[in-house]
Design a binder for this molecule. Structure first.
Ligand code: HEC
Ligand code: HEC
Length: 383
């Protein structure tokens, strides 16, 4: 009896010691995901796809750190790296990332920055944003997306509002991805410079979403529904004017019917004078920031709608009917369908920013957004 109790005691002791010293078991596959973009915490944008380094140091092979030190550098970084709290990145995720970096060979050469520093002639705010604080490593050269989220609350946005989104980011985004910045590491004077460039000089963007779905099928035809939404808050977000919506007519398909308010018909995309949106920003890896805009695919016809205005919180449903049912090839043919609006675009407030380093997805005047295609292929007919 005594021996059994002793054994239990010894077992408990070993278990207790083990849990204090051994890190939680990590899974390198889960770690790769946590390190990345989809379902992850975007470490790769600063530390390289294979942890070979970039804006931040290489982590592959573990740098000779212990797990406890590794975790400490993530929870309480010592330099400009923003902090990842338990709420943003669980201990289990840290262990998984540790397993992932240990599974990678030590880098023999330092990796490239995800986005190189903007050249010396670029606005100071942009240089601080890309090269000093690293915001641009995640957010790309012009922060297309954050300027859009700000645009949803445009009338409320001033420096105090902006600063709150950075220093108290968790308030609006409790389950978000962006890590924690403190006033100590990111002084308010630096953030003001970023705000001046990004929000005042460049300007906020309207938050326009377009989702294309297949609504109904009958008589060998399919009717599609395109919901165009201004996600801005009513009377607070940015309104847009001069909206042109164009949907590519997939090759080999016939338009049976177009319609809805503002429908103007079909025309060759090349004659419309507008370019399809780009999903990814063209990615330079040189210091000059000189990027040549990729040649857009202007082939084929598009269905066109013109809407004079879409106010914040408004929504329009546009429909059209095509011959046949949606096959994978047909669905792919919708790629590049775009919503373009004349106003607001890049700021023209007398202080146009010298943008030598551009996000070439945003047009020179006006603005645009890709249409998301959520059409499912039709089920194969039963034999
Ligand atoms: C905005 C860019 C950025 C992001 C995002 C980022 N880091 Fe870092 N990281 C850095 C920089 C820069 C350093 C160098 C120290 C510093 O400045 O804080 C660093 C340092 C580290 C270190 C310490 C390395 C050492 O030996 O000194 C670890 C560990 C680390 N990062 C892990 C991560 C993990 C894991 C993630 C994602 C959960 C992550 N980092 C996200 C920029 C970033
Ligand atoms: C690790 C990647 C990453 C870094 C580094 C980063 N962000 Fe973000 N940021 C995000 C993501 C992702 C979102 C969307 C919300 C979320 O998931 O947290 C976001 C959202 C925002 C928003 C929108 C808030 C709103 O709803 O109005 C602003 C503003 C912003 N970031 C500014 C910055 C600035 C300024 C920096 C640098 C000081 C920075 N971010 C650094 C990833 C990042």
């Amino acid at each position: 009896m005594r021996r059994v109790v002793c054994l239990i005691w010894a077992g408990l002791l070993i278990a207790g010691v083990a849990s204090a010293q051994t890190p939680p078991k990590g899974d390198p596959v889960a770690g790769a995901k946590a390190f990345g973009l989809v379902g992850g915490r975007m470490c790769q944008f600063c530390h390289g796809d294979n942890a070979e380094g970039g804006f931040g140091p290489d982590l592959a092979g573990g740098r000779g750190l212990t797990f406890d030190l590794f975790k400490k550098f993530i929870r309480k970084p010592y330099g400009v790296m923003p902090a990842y709290t338990e709420q943003r990145l669980s201990d289990q995720m840290v262990a998984d990332i540790w397993a992932f970096v240990l599974s990678k060979p030590v880098a023999t050469e330092m990796g490239k920055w995800h986005w190189p520093q903007a050249p010396a002639s670029a606005p100071l705010g942009q240089r601080l944003y890309i090269g000093t604080m690293g915001c641009g490593q995640c957010h790309e050269p012009e922060n297309k997306f954050a300027r859009m989220w700000l645009g949803e609350y445009a009338k409320q946005v001033d420096f105090a509002y902006f600063a709150k989104q950075v220093y108290n980011h968790e308030e609006k985004w409790p389950n978000g991805v962006m890590p924690h910045y403190s006033r100590e590491r990111l002084p308010e004077a630096v953030l003001r410079e970023i705000y001046q460039w990004m929000v005042v000089d460049l300007g906020m963007r309207a938050s326009i979403g377009g989702v294309l779905t297949a609504a109904a099928a009958a008589d060998g035809q399919t009717t599609y529904s395109l919901e165009v939404t201004n996600r801005g808050i009513k009377n607070v977000g940015l309104d847009v004017e001069g909206l042109t919506v164009f949907v590519r007519v997939p090759a080999g398909t016939k338009v049976a019917k177009g319609g809805g308010s503002g429908y103007v018909g079909t025309q060759a995309l090349a004659t419309l004078g507008l370019e399809p949106g780009l999903r990814m920003a063209p990615h330079p890896h040189d210091e000059s920031g000189e990027v040549v805009r990729p040649k857009p695919d202007l082939s084929g016809d598009v269905l066109v709608w013109k809407l004079p205005k879409l106010a914040a919180a408004d929504k329009k449903i546009l429909t059209f009917t095509l011959a046949g049912s949606p096959t994978d090839a047909l669905i792919k043919g919708f790629d590049g369908s775009t919503m373009f609006w004349e106003k607001p675009g890049r700021n023209d407030n007398g202080r146009p920013p010298k943008m030598v380093y551009r996000d070439l997805r945003t047009p020179d005047h006006g603005d645009h957004e890709l249409i998301a295609v959520k059409v499912q292929p039709a089920a194969a007919p039963k034999p």
